[in-house]
Design a protein around this ligand. Structure first.
Ligand code: ADP
Ligand code: MG
Length: 212
């Protein structure tokens, strides 16, 4: 059932104080933006959704993915993709190796995997980059590889933790459009957290504000 991501009366508390309270539904192919200043709990919210919440926090409510309650599942069984501000490519692997790392194990056979990686590189305008060292890429190119690595894992939802804020103005709009277009093409529900109103506008979906 393609229901997308549902946050059912989700509450995150720290030392008795409620930091985040959210009730939301993100349909497949749609973007929900959660805005808030630094320290308002945006990254903490995403950690709760991926199942990586620090035990210092208390979580209540439910997280549903396509109708499945994943609240008690370990991170690896949730199949949620996340992109951070710093593009975390593995420095000891080539660009192709980084993408292969993301590739779902259900795709079998060396030739088939190779082909999938080449087509992924083509989709992000980096044809022929498979053997390149990530250190030789520009910030925008790294961001594109990180996006593709996340998408190749065939996630059920995509979370974005201010992934555009490090990019220069010229690249920023370009990468933003690519991320939203790819997520839409894969019919992923997207949750974007940001303190940047321009990101929220570009996302084009509903916006929820977190208090400081
Ligand atoms: P944002 O991403 O909106 O900038 P965070 O979610 O990173 O905010 O942090 C929200 C608040 O929770 C901050 O006050 C931060 O100091 C606090 N915090 C973050 N991680 C922990 C932790 N592991 N233990 C205790 N407090 C934390
Ligand atoms: Mg943060």
């Amino acid at each position: 059932m393609a229901d997308g991501l549902r946050l059912d009366t989700l509450e995150i508390r720290l030392g008795g104080r409620c930091m985040v309270a959210l009730d939301a539904h993100v349909a497949p192919g749609e973007v929900l933006t959660v805005m808030g200043p630094s320290g308002s709990g945006k990254s903490t919210l995403l950690a709760a959704i991926t199942g990586a919440l620090d035990p210092a926090f208390a979580l209540s409510g439910r997280i549903l993915l396509d109708g499945e309650d994943v609240t008690a599942l370990p991170t690896e069984r949730r199949r949620i993709g996340i992109l951070f501000q710093d593009e975390l490519l593995f420095p000891h692997l080539s660009v192709g190796g980084n993408l292969a790392f993301g590739l779902t194990p259900s795709l079998r056979g060396r030739a088939a995997r190779r082909k999938r990686i080449d087509s992924a590189l083509q989709q992000i305008g980096l044809e022929g980059f498979a053997s390149r060292d990530p250190a030789t890429l520009s910030g925008g190119q790294k961001a594109r590889v990180a996006l593709m690595r996340t998408l190749l894992a065939d996630p059920r939802a995509l979370l974005l933790d201010e992934p555009f804020s490090r990019l220069d103005a010229a690249r920023r709009g370009q990468i933003r459009e690519l991320v939203f277009a790819r997520a839409k093409a894969q019919r992923l529900p997207v949750l974007l957290v940001t303190h940047d109103r321009e990101d929220a506008c570009a996302a084009g979906g509903a916006v929820i504000e977190l208090g400081a």
